[in-house]
Design a protein around this ligand. Structure first.
Ligand code: BGC
Length: 250
């Protein structure tokens, strides 16, 4: 197994990459962030992925995380990237701009793998653990005894909100707080409803909250407002979890 892997995290707004030291779970160089092209078509993103690999003069293994369901390299959903991804074999496509065929997986699954190996999950490997990432959407990574159940997509659960049916991430993603200028308290109430719903469905022992909101200065604004039966922890790798986890998967 390679000890250094290039990790790339394709996001709704930015695409970020850096070489990762697999033993330590650390970035070996400052990450490069390129705004995700709009529309985020497969070809446009492939171009950006190639740019990141060239920037690091990369010759070895590459892992790529993206916001959609990925099975055996093929993308099946695209909520926050161009619909053209659906049905695309991402591993084959990105092979064209990389030194070797990459491993491609869901971004929240990648973040989860990173938290389990190097972050908040490393002391909670027994039992059911759920990582939820709050950003443009809501991502989820479910683990049973440290084994990932991929593509759970809990951010797309429908549940009743104020008497109306709604998609969880359209209500409680971090982007909703920013777009609707919600106070941390008002947003935390939304997250709480989502967490209640998820707990009633899965009864995890541990829940890790990831994404930019897990940074200490943000977590301190709302973490204490959330009440769960599960042990609730902020992620430790924060914005680099996707990069590190993509490298782990490769
Ligand atoms: C996507 C997921 C992704 C999450 C976080 C959702 O809209 O459907 O695949 O993990 O956003 O980026």
């Amino acid at each position: 197994m390679a000890s250094k892997v290039l990790g790339i995290d394709i996001g709704g707004t930015g695409t970020k990459g850096a070489p990762v030291h697999l033993k330590r779970g650390e970035l070996l160089a400052d990450r490069l962030r390129i705004p995700t092209p709009k529309p985020a078509t497969p070809e446009a993103i492939a171009e950006v992925v190639g740019q990141i690999a060239r920037h690091f003069d990369w010759k070895g293994a590459v892992g790529c995380a993206l916001p959609g369901v990925v099975r055996r390299g093929t993308v099946y959903t695209a909520a926050n990237i161009d619909h053209g991804w659906v049905g695309t074999n991402a591993e084959k496509l990105l092979r064209g701009v990389l030194p070797e065929k990459p491993t491609v997986l869901n971004d929240a699954d990648a973040a989860g793998l990173a938290e389990m190996r190097y972050g908040a999950g490393r002391r909670h490997k027994r039992g059911t653990l759920l990582v939820l990432t709050f950003g443009t959407g809501i991502g989820s990574a479910l683990f049973k005894d440290d084994e990932l159940v991929p593509n759970t997509e809990l951010g797309h659960l429908h549940f009743l909100v104020d008497g109306h049916g709604g998609i969880a991430e359209h209500y409680a993603a971090a982007r909703q707080r920013e777009e609707h200028d919600l106070s941390w308290e008002a947003w935390a109430e939304r997250v709480q409803l989502f967490l209640d719903h998820v707990e009633n469905l899965l009864h995890p022992e541990t829940i890790i909250i990831g994404g930019g909101v897990s940074k200490q200065k943000r977590w301190s604004q709302f973490g204490h407002l959330l009440k769960t039966r599960a042990k609730l922890l902020p992620a430790e790798l924060q914005n680099n979890a996707g990069i590190v986890g993509a490298a782990v998967a490769a």
